[in-house]
Design a protein around this ligand. Structure first.
Ligand SMILES: Cc1ncc(COP(=O)(O)O)c(C=O)c1O
Length: 340
């Protein structure tokens, strides 16, 4: 089916490779592939850049000169937005969450890159973050008064427009899978981390539009399954209505979220998660990070240890990037490095 995309800028290096993880595949007795969306770029690495290609195109079409978005202090999305804005000659204002406004985090990892890219940082409390739409309004009004033209990008660029990034990734995957043994008709499970829902929504829509024989399974790294059924359901329903996609969609049936692996909480790690991150690096030369990909991968391995066939015989794990979030966590990870 020919998919008709909204306008898009070329920011991501795509198509990204789909690679077999040979040693883990052997150990698990399945074919485990990894879609290297951590290779969408260097500073623009990860899943966000796929979404931002569509979102920035819209911002430019609307004559914006400043993009405004929000996230955690180590947000990959905010960093990708800051880099994208600098590439396009736009200004960027980030609403970043911190528990202590009087002592904001040291600029390292993603936050360092935000600053390097010249983003304007506004620190807000977790309570204000929950009211972020109000704060977006306040900041946008301030910018307008200064004669600037703000464009608000929601958390994680997870809206129907951003979801096109992963519809396009699914189209790429259809091509990747057709080159593998069994082709794209061999049952496949696409596993990934769910943080704000846009990646999962895009994959669900994209897999259906491209006719891939695949389950889309998200491991939530924050909140819970009910939250994501609502958020992802709204993105999918709104995308289907806005872009007249020829799909029917039922929240409870079409969204698969595996809950139970948030662990100690968003961006907090357990020793076993860090040990696995270190094992994946040693055995396959792949760098996961503790907040998203490390947690989802850990959840996937735990589910497979309970039932090796729970995701069928072919899995594609989407590596959604996030390497800069690893750097501020080095001290915590060092005890799990091993030369055994
Ligand atoms: C590295 C990484 N992986 C996965 C996700 C989750 O993607 P989404 O926000 O689209 O659910 C994010 C952001 O939240 C991320 O930064």
């Amino acid at each position: 089916m020919k998919i008709s995309y909204p306008p898009r800028l070329n920011l991501a290096h795509t198509p990204t490779p789909l690679d077999l993880l040979p040693r883990l595949s052997k150990k698990l007795g399945i074919d485990l592939y990894i879609k290297r969306d951590d290779l969408t770029g260097a500073e623009l690495t990860g899943n966000k850049v796929r979404k931002l290609e569509f979102v920035f195109a819209d911002a430019l079409a609307k004559g914006a000169d400043t993009v405004l978005t929000c996230g955690a202090a180590q947000s990959n999305h905010c960093r990708a937005t800051a880099v994208g804005a600098a590439r396009l000659g736009l200004r960027c204002r980030l609403l970043l969450r911190t528990a202590d406004l009087s002592n904001p985090p040291f600029p390292e990892g993603n936050l360092f890159l935000d600053r390097l890219m010249g983003a304007e940082i506004v620190w807000i409390t977790p309570e204000e973050y929950r009211r972020r739409n109000e704060i977006f309004e306040r900041e946008a009004a301030t910018l307008r008064k200064q004669g600037r033209k703000p464009y608000v990008v929601p958390e994680g660029a997870s809206n129907p427009l951003g979801a096109w990034g992963y519809i396009r990734a699914a189209e790429e995957l259809a091509q990747d899978l057709s080159n593998l043994p069994g082709g794209k008709d061999r049952p496949t499970t696409i596993v990934h981390a769910t943080g704000s829902g846009g990646t999962t929504a895009g994959l669900i829509l994209g897999v259906r539009l491209c006719g891939i024989n695949a389950r889309v399974v998200g491991f939530n790294v924050c909140d819970d399954r009910d939250h994501f059924l609502r958020v992802i359901g709204e993105i999918c329903e709104s995308a289907i209505a806005t872009y007249h996609l020829p799909l029917s969609f039922v929240r409870e049936r079409d969204i698969e979220i595996v809950d139970g692996y948030v662990g100690r909480g968003y961006a907090l790690s357990r020793p076993e998660e860090l040990a696995l991150l270190s094992e994946v690096a040693r055995t396959e030369g792949i760098i996961l990070e503790p907040v998203y990909t490390g947690k989802a991968f850990f959840g996937m391995i735990q589910e497979l240890s309970r039932d090796p066939r729970t995701f069928g015989e072919r899995i594609v794990f989407i590596h959604t990037g996030g390497i800069f979030g690893l750097l501020p966590r080095v001290q915590e990870i060092v005890p799990f490095l091993s030369n055994d």
